[in-house]
Design a protein around this ligand. Sequence first.
Ligand code: ATP
Ligand code: MG
Length: 705
Amino acid sequence: MSARALAPVRRRPPAEDPFATLNDEQRAAVFHGAAQAAPPLLIDAGAGTGKTLTLAARVARLVRDGADPQRLLLLTFSRRAAQAMQQRAGRLLQRALGQPATAAPPQQPWAGTFHGVAARLLREYAPRIGLSEQFTIADRADSEDLLGWVRDAQGFGRTHRRFPLKGTCLAIHSRAVNACEPLAEVLATRFPWCAGWEAELKTLLRAYTAEKLRQQVLDYDDLLLVWHAMLEVPALAAALSARFDHVLVDEYQDTNRLQAAILYRLKPDGRGLTVVGDDAQAIYSFRAAEPRNLREFPGRFEPPAEVLPLQRNYRSGDEILRACNAVLAAAPGPFAKTLWSPRSGARPQLVAVADEGAQAAWVADAVLAQREAGIALKRQAVLFRTGHHSAALELELMRRDIPYLKFGGLKFLEAAHVKDLLALLRWVQNPRARIAGFRVAQLVEGIGAAGARRLCDALDAAADPAAARQAFVPPPAARAPWAALCGAIAQIAAAPWPAAFEPALRWYLPQLERLHDDAAVRRADLELLQRLTGGHRTREAFLAELTLDPPEACSDEAADPQLDEDYLILSTIHSAKGLEWPVVYVLNVVDGCIPSDMAAGSAAEIEEERRLLYVAMTRAMHRLHLLVPQRFHVGGQAALGDRHVWAGPSRFLTPAVMDGLDAVGPLPASPGPASAKSPGPPETRIETPAGPVVDLGAALRARWD
Ligand code: ATP
Ligand code: MG
């Protein structure tokens, strides 16, 4: 054989180095450790320094160097972030492998939020942990209703002293689960007015847990709790941790104790673990996020995890960064990070306006002016503390025919008609899901609350609830409509996904016409819902992902290549995490909004609000406008009439911050906002295959002992 024949045949164009543009610090993080077994790594760095990009580049590098993409777990803050990260990593990898840009970039199948990944793993391991594979996931509202129902059934609604309401009980449940705190501690520190009810709450939460298991319904908290419970069983822990060679987590400062515990159990020696975060951007403590997770990470391992910094900000001009630094400089926290960039740009503006109407008008004018200057609407974002802060602006945008897309409001999925249709799909999947069944039954003409309750009780008592549903005898007037529903259920259950959405919609549309005067408007939402079905492999995945990540339901729409229309981005600051836009407007930078008067109780809450403003400001690449209306509507008091209060600029706009801002306005007052004013899958007993089994009921109930 000649030497020529041994020469490697080059089939691909030469691979380029996609990591060439990274700076030295970023490269150090990307190339940390071997592709098969890297020691634990923390990238602790400020906003816009390329943490997320570096994480994506690290994924690409690991796969290029031989890591199996199937064995990579990528945990992000939202599904939208996971998709963005997958695309980024895929493109980098494509370049590293020398693949043509026209080919579909390589995918990492395991990317998502903690809750999303938990739902997927639980579905897969369901038979081994005594869970039905048909289990459904209840959203917050449904969990609250279920808890309320248990609360009534247990007689807590009739106590002689005022017992905490269902929403408070669920908040207590969530805090205890996510912060891994005993109930007594949660009550003492967070809900002192409920401390006298500890024993009763324990009883209630135990009963709530039992009821969820009976119905095979899990709430958000359960997803993490069960994942963690699985990891406490040595054989399952071994299987789960052997399944992933690398676990990479973005936005680690906003993970909670339970999520950290899951990570440590998944990778007890830290090998393969990479986390990135920024404690200056911790904004989810109100949901039990624990920024200490970040600080404690290195010391959890022996030897301690390597900590790599990233210094340079690539996102914003230095003038914007100086204002951001000044906001944080007033914080008592140990934030050593100072953002800097060699790039100079426009100074940020402080825009004083008369009121919310003037604010809306100013922003709409500015948005259009930027658009004329070549900055598409999509590249501009309006950020605000709370969903309803954009109400006046939304009206103004509609009046001027400026399309927009809003993130962070749950409006779409909270709409009654969307909930109706989702409840139907959930109930088909899991006939024991009582809250879903109760809702759907009452959509049938001739069945009211009493009839729906009788039906749910019958299903509860039945060994085969799907059969019991078929056999249910409705009131005579409801016979034909009930038969129509049963027919639809059979079709939905039999059809593959997403075709199964059709019979659901077909059955529901006449109910919609009958129940709502504005059916035509609502129909458009259902059509949007239908478009979303295509992005999911199965009915379960569709329901789980929509339930888990509701705000992102709209971002799927945004990513739809057919929707090439330009639209302005409206987002709560919380939902803007990790993102960036050339032009950013922050609404209502006044005391009462930032900090929110709802969150101005403790010093820690105030500090979180300060970081919230910091997160908002650090989203801006080229232009940043902080709006300060001098007068605005009192939040949530619309019923009291046209009440205004005088607002002061946010206390976070210290003299040092003001020094870095150009003042604009005040502008004349506008007239003000115009509005002030076959049956479902049979419920079979799961035959547990050989292998370890978790007594899930015991594990979950023990939480409340
Ligand atoms: P945040 O804290 O807000 O999540 P981050 O640290 O994750 O920010 P990225 O979003 O990864 O930062 O990056 C910010 C911007 O800087 C992005 O537009 C990214 O493409 C760009 N960037 C990062 N590193 C480089 C680099 N080496 N060269 C050019 N651009 C870069
Ligand atoms: Mg990021």
